[in-house]
Design a protein around this ligand. Sequence first.
Ligand SMILES: Cc1ncc(COP(=O)(O)O)c(C=O)c1O
Length: 270
Amino acid sequence: MKLFDVYPRFDIEIERAEGVHLYDKEGSQYLDLYGGHGVISIGHSHPTYVKSIKDQLDKISFYSNSIQMPSQEELADKLTDISGYKDYKLFLCNSGAEANENAIKLASFHTGKSKVITFKGSFHGRTAAALNVTDNINLSAPINMNNFPVEFIDLNNEDQFIQAIKGNDVCAVICEGIQGVGGLDMPSNEYLKFLRDKCRQNNIILILDEIQSGSGRTGKYFAHQFADIEADIVTMAKGIGNGFPLAGLLIGPSIRPNLVCLVLHLAGAI
Ligand SMILES: Cc1ncc(COP(=O)(O)O)c(C=O)c1O
């Protein structure tokens, strides 16, 4: 076996899947209660999804973001519409970790600060080193981009948040709609409202990571929408691609477009 041994694997060889079922080589059927770890939002091999991907591949599979792609525009319209984030703009990338990296960079550019607050038990991705080993000043950012100070605080603890922002150096707080990997802890509606107010008052970007809890899995498009608040940036992945490697950020109108362009340029996207 030539695949690098990272994950212990079940002794099952899946050949195909359909809806909520997986089938192995012998034709045994399995009920997929795992949903491809939160990725398969509309079921395996959904016919509409398969047709859309095939149709697109027949036309063009990839080109630089520096040309107009009608399918991207259409996706942005549909996502902002279905999510209720109507006056937000979409930036597309490939993975959840990338979406969060871009969100944090944007927050740092926008506020001129660099500290990030996050929560004990959180999971926001696995990347770290790529930019650190990149020797191109145009791709790193002016505000200490390679080295964000981070403070982990307890979820739903208002006092710890107040303490953590005292130095006036916080650019962003990043919070999952529901902690997935951390064990299904979630911010209360009151706490999300508290974060929303405090971020607004202190020039801090509220990033809500809906990579696992988004795409309609909770009954609202994003889990945080039960609290009736809007993030400055929402990050998405997994369920928006249903298996196709797709991720994105919904970026609020308060984040200035010229800075957005600059950061996305630095991220190598344009
Ligand atoms: C809440 C959350 N954020 C970020 C990520 C990272 O996403 P990706 O694996 O697409 O980089 C995950 C992945 O499980 C996640 O659950």
